[in-house]
Design a protein around this ligand. Structure first.
Ligand SMILES: Nc1ncnc2c1ncn2[C@@H]1O[C@H](COP(=O)(O)OP(=O)(O)O)[C@@H](O)[C@H]1O
Ligand SMILES: [Mg+2]
Length: 326
């Protein structure tokens, strides 16, 4: 019996869904999705399974969502670090627990959903790049013929490709909706040289992501980056990159400009909430309504599917040790 057990393959730790964490280290901030802990010389960013839609965090967690966000970001950070440097130090639980022994006892809560990152000074802007005309950009264009305040040629269809991609920054709102701003407004906030550097870095990253995802049959229609600065003044990408929470992912085979596209993200949650709004059962104000089990499950499946489609491997097989950068 004993030897049978020893020969069995090591199972991937399968933690239950996590809505919030309380690790025995100082909590720096709680975002919509992440709990961020201050480890002194670094931060631990723990992606929970919280899901938000229409800027409201919903009561039910989506199992494995946090793990997908963290490990998909890790996968991209590794592939884009020569394009633009980033904040990632490690996603290896072994190494994180060794460096910060205070975290060892709670490892089951944070392993696979936590990323050890450099502590940086975030710029107060969201750097959005759009390669396709969708969402709030489509609304602006349909109304005024502009995007981020700049004119675009007439006659572009909803969700059609924009070539070249357009940089359309937004302010980082603590509460509620981010507000789209013009490039010159951004330059007033962060300075012209920094605004130009962030725009160039965003466009370089986006082109790289677009080409990489295209090989998996996925269109990254648009995406949002955040950047921070280290003590030397160097710019690094922070937060998350090319995840279903920060990007619109469309299956390329289904792309039909002229209307909205099916997307690989929390679409099941949005569709369900829309149906409640239609029936007059929810007014889009917090608290968010309970999600039926089938909606939660469909959402988990989407996150897992996009992970596998992009990386070519199932979530459980992600090699955590490879990401150690220092
Ligand atoms: N390397 C970093 N240094 C400092 N702050 C960071 C770093 N990476 C991410 N952050 C910040 O941590 C928070 C992550 O939590 P998240 O749930 O994504 O927040 P939000 O609701 O603002 O999207 C964000 O406010 C982000 O700006
Ligand atoms: Mg965020």
């Amino acid at each position: 019996m004993q030897s049978e057990l020893r020969r069995a393959p090591v199972p991937t730790p399968r933690n239950g869904p996590v809505s919030r964490t309380r690790l025995p280290v100082p909590l720096l901030r709680t975002g919509k999705v992440r709990d961020v802990y201050d480890l002194g010389d670094a931060l631990l960013m723990v992606a929970t399974d919280r899901v938000s839609a229409f800027d409201v965090v919903l009561p039910q967690p989506v199992p494995r969502k946090g793990e997908v966000l963290t490990l998909l970001s890790a996968w991209w950070f590794e592939r884009t670090r020569d394009v633009v440097p980033n904040h990632m130090l490690s996603v290896d639980p072994e190494e994180i627990a060794r460096r910060y022994p205070a975290l060892a006892a709670t490892r089951d809560v944070w392993a696979r959903r936590a990323m050890l990152v450099r502590k940086l000074d975030p710029f107060p802007v969201e750097c959005v790049v759009r390669g396709y005309l969708s969402g709030s950009a489509w609304k602006e264009y349909a109304r005024t013929g502009t995007l981020a305040g700049e004119p675009l040629p007439p006659g572009i269809f909803e969700c059609a490709q924009l070539e070249p991609p357009v940089f359309s920054p937004a302010t980082k709102a603590e509460e509620g909706h981010d507000e789209n701003i013009t490039f010159s407004r951004m330059a007033e906030i962060v300075g012209t040289a920094t605004a130009e550097a962030l725009r160039d870095a965003s466009l370089r990253l986006y082109r790289h992501g677009l080409e990489t995802a295209a090989r998996s049959g996925i269109i990254i229609a648009d995406t949002k980056f955040e950047f921070g600065q280290d003590e030397a003044g160097d710019i690094r990408v922070i937060d998350e990159v090319f995840t279903p929470d920060s990007s619109r992912f469309w299956p390329a085979e289904a792309h039909r400009p002229g209307g909205p596209q099916p997307s690989y993200d929390k679409q099941p949650v949005r569709d369900y909430l829309e149906s409640l709004v239609q029936q007059g059962a929810w007014d889009r104000q917090p608290p968010g309504p309970d999600l039926p089990e089938r909606v939660v499950q469909a959402t988990t499946e989407r996150y897992e599917r996009v992970f596998q489609r992009l990386t070519g491997m199932p979530l459980a097989e992600y090699p955590l040790q490879r990401e150690t950068l220092s």
